[in-house]
Design a protein around this ligand. Structure first.
Ligand code: 2HA
Ligand code: ZN
Length: 271
């Protein structure tokens, strides 16, 4: 059996958490990632019959029965994942009845998956229904997007349109827009359900005064989405309420979509 520390999915998790930390998105134990892995990728490195621990789930995750995921650990720091992967993350498999999961690797010294695991799993289920190639949920705390949730209207359409106007790239990267949730207690099934409700339509959901939830097929897609949203928020915060003399019009946004063969979220552009 190959050594799991050399597995591409472990290397990729180390690389992405280190990058997210350096972006300033994951202070202390902030942020979490989960990634659905193909069984064949996992069994090259782990014996699927060797279960280290089994832990309960507080909701029905049977839509993910038998799925393997690599997940960051609760209370763990992204800053430390690269130098000690086995303590700061682990590989789990969802039980057939969707009421528990097995730990197959990692979470050493009594660790556990992220406190946001219910939210992650609910959002994997919701995204897989609309995109069978969906694989990743990434949560983090970028400063500008957080700041923006204090000073901007939290309406999905209004928030999306402001971001779209902050940089030409935005509507091209997220033509479906983004969704926003008002402040809620994190780590609960309730925030998981509310996020999953919105994630069907948009790969990004913002949590006011907390952070961002991004989803996608691979790390480049999710990281790129969050990076683009955060950059747009940075521009908005740099403008800082000063008078906007010119911007990108809705007609120009529509022209951009036409050029790139994209369909913007229906009803968002006033043409
Ligand atoms: O893992 O970011 O939302 C710490 C958090 C909780
Ligand atoms: Zn958080």
């Amino acid at each position: 059996m190959n050594h799991i520390l050399e597995a591409p999915f472990v290397r990729e998790m180390c690389h992405i958490t280190a990058n997210m930390y350096r972006m300033g998105w994951d202070e202390r134990n902030g942020g979490n990632i989960s990634w659905i892995l193909e069984e064949t990728a996992v069994t090259q490195y782990l014996d699927p019959n060797e279960v280290l621990r089994t832990l309960p789930l507080s909701f029905d995750a049977s839509a993910l029965a038998g799925r393997y995921l690599i997940v960051t650990g609760t209370g763990r720091y992204f800053r430390n994942v690269e130098r000690c992967p086995q303590e700061n993350m682990g590989v789990i498999r969802i039980a057939q009845d969707g009421r528990s999961y097995d730990i197959l690797w990692g979470f050493e010294h009594g660790g556990k998956p992220t406190s946001e695991l219910p939210t992650h799993l609910m959002n994997h289920i919701a995204r897989l229904r609309v995109d069978p190639q969906h694989r990743i949920v990434m949560h983090c705390h970028p400063a500008n997007i957080l700041a923006m949730t204090y000073v901007h209207d939290l309406d999905d359409r209004a928030f999306t349109k402001t971001l779209w106007r902050m940089s030409t790239e935005c509507i091209v990267v997220f033509p479906e827009g983004i969704s926003v949730l008002p402040w809620m207690v994190c780590g609960t099934n309730e925030i998981g359900e509310a996020t999953a409700e919105k994630i069907r339509d948009t790969r990004i959901v913002l949590w006011a005064a907390h952070g961002i939830f991004g989803t996608g097929r691979d790390m480049d897609e999710v990281f790129g989405l969050i990076e683009t949203v955060e950059k747009a928020a940075e521009i908005y915060m740099k403008i800082g309420g000063r008078e906007i003399r010119q911007s990108i019009t809705d007609a120009e946004l529509a022209a951009l979509c036409k050029e790139f063969g994209l369909t913007p979220r229906e009803g968002y552009l006033d043409l």
